[in-house]
Design a protein around this ligand. Structure first.
Ligand code: AHR
Length: 327
């Protein structure tokens, strides 16, 4: 190689190194300059329910309000899509990655990749079951065990004076997801002291209206006596209501229904007597998430766990809340 060619090669290599440094390797915004707009990569579960639609809207609107650029990706309820999205956010060197994990397990490898790239991760709505807590900085969302417990506690009170068996069918959320696991265990815990409560059938309806209807149709065919339906979310309960009505029964009367979320459609069904009790799960996480993003990037310490405040609805409370319900 001639001396001139060798010198050109060295100069070229130096330019490449300088360019890499200037583009803010590691995703930090500090090295991107003071006027840099924060960029958040957000991987959403999908659009499976009314709750999810409200959650997406809240995150998109809050990002806009906070002047944060949001790279939004819809995983269509598939973990592999979320892993791909997170890898693409890492490649794009976003400032913060936030995501709502479709299932609890299987995240360690990709979260380690984000950590190695020095990109902080915030979990929103759902948790991961990773033992390594250094893989994310904070988890913002509901206490799903508590939600299941509230549903079970209501049942215990409602049937306090009932003598015979109370047959329950359960519509579970997405298999392996935190809300399905936790709402099931919280509910089971609340009713376990009373042997009259029998969960006679339990199956996933994947948090969707269509699946909720389909599985309820199967329950109605296979179970001779159903007293109660416990649905892990409102969309499945609303689908099940259609199945119950098509089977010639009265939802809320022939079969009591307890559900989770508190979306407008469910509150409306409650005011018509079709759902008996609803445990609230708050989807409006956008403002809190954007606040966290800013704090994390400013190097401030943030709580590892932020629980959302939520209540419960009787039919009377649902009717009163309906006119002002945002979602
Ligand atoms: O993770 C929250 C749950 O996911 C909501 O209860 C449900 O409606 C959604 O799909």
């Amino acid at each position: 190689m001639s001396k001139r060619a060798a010198a050109a090669l060295v100069a070229g290599a130096m330019v490449a190194v300088l360019t890499a440094c200037g583009s803010g390797g590691g995703g930090g915004s500090a090295d991107k300059g003071a006027g840099h707009k924060l960029v958040v990569g957000f991987s959403q579960v999908g659009a499976e329910s009314g709750w999810r639609t409200a959650n997406t809207k809240s995150i998109q609107e809050s990002a806009k309000k906070a002047g944060i650029e949001l790279k939004f990706s819809d995983a269509q309820q598939k973990q592999e899509n979320q892993i791909k999205a997170i890898r693409s956010f890492i490649q794009q060197k976003v400032d913060v990655i936030a995501f709502s994990p479709v299932v609890e397990s299987g995240w360690d490898t990709v979260l380690k990749e984000a950590k190695d790239a020095h990109i902080p991760v915030i979990l929103t709505d759902r948790a991961v079951d990773s033992k390594d807590e250094s893989l994310y900085v904070s988890f913002l969302g509901s206490d799903f065990v508590e939600e299941g417990k509230k549903a079970g506690d209501w049942l215990v009170k409602e049937y306090a004076s009932a003598g015979g068996d109370v047959n329950i069918v359960q519509l579970e959320g997405t298999t392996g997801s935190a809300p399905a696991n936790d709402r099931k265990s919280g509910f089971a815990d609340a009713i376990k002291g009373e042997p009259k409560f029998k969960v006679v059938a339990s199956q996933t309806g994947d948090f969707t209206r269509a699946k909720g209807k389909e599985v309820m149709q199967a329950f109605l065919k296979s179970q001779p006596k159903i007293d109660v339906l416990y649905a892990h979310n409102d969309d499945m309960a609303l689908g099940a209501i259609q199945a119950i009505e098509e089977a010639g029964k009265k939802p809320g009367t022939d079969i009591k229904i307890v559900s989770v979320d508190g979306v407008k459609d469910a509150l409306s069904a409650m005011s018509q007597g079709k759902i008996n009790y609803d445990v609230e799960c708050n989807p409006l996480l956008g403002d809190q998430l954007m606040d966290l993003v800013k704090k994390v990037k400013a190097g401030e310490s943030v709580p590892r766990r932020i629980k959302t405040e939520e209540g419960t609805f009787t039919p009377e409370q649902a009717t009163a809340a309906l006119p002002n319900r945002q979602y």
